[in-house]
Design a protein around this ligand. Structure first.
Ligand code: IPM
Ligand code: MG
Length: 382
């Protein structure tokens, strides 16, 4: 038993040293990519697994259509990145194979299809690895249901919390297991800053800081405290503390849910509650997600690779809406807000008002590629 304890203590020392170094790197790094004035923007497209290549291909086509003039001028380049498949990742024994990572780092923004994450074992999720490697600290997930008065945006911390050491816990076989949650000063301040800045720029006056600081006293306690410190720079915005459990109830409480506007929260709570919020909007298939850092950004669906759809032979009928929402956020991020608005307007026509084609996820509905064509025809007509 003692040998396990010694090994765990040694590992814990290494983890603290490593995480402290990460905090110190964040403290020093002040580079921020300026897309508005960039001479060239490279968009990498990673298909992923399962339905990933199908829905990202649809989103890529729509993006190419919307950026045709910029691509023609050479200011925007779309670059296909192969190799982020579960087969290749398992063969290399890496969440992101080295050559794929190098290709990703040579891009500015990435459009990424869902990737399969093996349960258990030690293979880390490609998603989590990419968020860490590219330091994509803000996971931004908007959810809107106008007829219910819902207009939410979630700022989920995306590089630390429960995730950063999620594959590196310790275990005493047959006895116990421990995982670690990490909250750093810079890691928290930067996500808080992003949330409050968004609120300020978009006329919102309320930010909900969602934690479980009554139980996770050190990490969530620090998260809440630092969010309030950042909030002090935004006197017109009310910063409210909420616990994650009651917040999950609030989201389905028709009497008070529409008062919430912006949420800022640690990684795991953000993961869970954004699926709940997306379900209120119509399902996880309807929500896109932006993973934003100061240098890189990655845009994706919030759902998984749906292997069951592939097994059923229904892959071609997958719903590309989430990836199209991701593409909309990508356009906005790289300085094409007008085009992003146009895509959002076309999506509204296709999904809500006109509905000439309807996706059901099965052969009973429209195919993914036909739906993408429908979106492009609608764009043409707008
Ligand atoms: C998400 C997903 C990922 C996460 C998985 C695929 C690792 O659920 O983007 O919300 O847990 O963050
Ligand atoms: Mg999730």
């Amino acid at each position: 038993m003692q040998q396990y304890i010694d090994k765990a203590v040694e590992q814990f020392r290494d983890l603290i040293t490593e995480q402290l170094a990460r905090q110190n790197r964040m403290e020093k790094d002040n580079f921020v990519k300026d897309f508005k004035n960039a001479e060239k923007i490279v968009i990498g497209v990673c298909g992923g697994d399962g339905i990933g290549p199908i829905i990202s291909d649809a989103a890529q086509k729509v993006l190419e259509y919307m950026l045709a003039d910029e691509i023609e001028k050479g200011r925007v380049e779309m670059r296909i990145i192969d190799g982020l498949t579960i087969e290749n990742r398992l063969a290399c024994g890496k969440a992101i194979p080295d050559d794929v990572l190098a290709e990703l780092k040579a891009c500015d923004v990435i459009l990424k299809g869902p990737t399969t994450t093996p349960k258990g074992g030690t293979m880390e999720s490609a998603n989590v690895a990419m968020r860490r490697e590219l330091d994509l600290y803000a996971n931004v997930r908007p959810v809107s249901v106008p007829e219910l008065g819902i207009d939410w945006i979630f700022y989920r911390e995306n590089t630390e919390g429960e995730y950063v050491l999620g594959s590196r816990g310790v275990e005493i076989p047959g006895k116990l297991a421990m995982d670690f949650k990490v909250t750093t000063t810079c890691g928290t301040k930067r996500i808080a800053r992003a949330a409050f800045e968004y609120a300020k720029q978009n006329g919102k006056n309320n930010v909900a800081i969602v934690t479980k600081a009554n139980i996770m006293k050190k990490t969530d306690g620090k998260f809440s405290e630092l969010c309030h410190e950042v909030a002090a720079d935004y006197p017109d915005i009310t910063a409210e503390d909420w616990y994650i459990d009651i917040m999950t109830a609030n989201l389905i409480n028709e009497n008070n849910r529409s008062k919430f506007q912006v949420f800022v929260l640690p990684n795991l709570y953000g993961d869970i509650i954004t699926d709940e919020a997306a379900q209120i909007q119509g399902g996880v298939g309807t929500a896109g997600s932006a993973n934003i850092g100061d240098r890189y950004a990655m845009f994706e669906a919030i759902h998984g690779s749906a292997p069951r759809m592939i097994e059923r032979g229904d892959g071609a009928y997958a719903n590309p809406s989430s990836m199209l929402k991701a593409a909309e956020m990508l356009l906005r991020h790289i300085g094409f807000a007008d085009r992003a608005d146009k895509l959002a307007a076309a999506m509204k026509v296709c999904l809500e008002t006109e509905k000439k084609l309807v996706i059901t996820g099965r052969k009973t509905g429209a195919s993914c590629i036909d739906f993408a064509k429908y979106v492009m025809e609608t764009l043409e007509a707008l």
